[in-house]
Design a protein. Structure first.
Length: 94
């Protein structure tokens, strides 16, 4: 198995995070919590959100979302924290 650089792993974890934030479940729950429409919530987490988020905020987000990320046979396996997703939904618009 060849080596995979940390930048490649970081980019993959970021892309997985974006998928979670775009998921219908996440969008619906945030919409219900905030009173915003689903399109408004989607817009809130557009590319500008990801471009403006600080490294510290991103690390906190990863800590909330993922129990662990494991590299196995050239693929990443994500153990997502259900409670972490719920915590993000509850605190996302505070």
């Amino acid at each position: 198995m060849g080596k995979i650089g940390s930048a490649t792993i970081e980019e993959a974890v970021l892309e997985e995070s974006k998928k979670i934030f775009k998921s219908p479940y996440f969008l619906e729950k945030v919409s219900a919590k905030t009173g915003l429409s689903i399109p408004e919530v989607r817009e809130s987490f557009s590319e500008s959100f990801w471009a403006e988020i600080t490294e510290q905020e991103l690390n906190r987000l990863y800590a909330e979302l993922f129990e662990r990320v494991v590299l196995k046979e050239n693929q990443l396996i994500y153990d997502i924290k259900t409670s972490g997703v719920q915590n993000l939904i509850e605190g996302v618009m505070q």
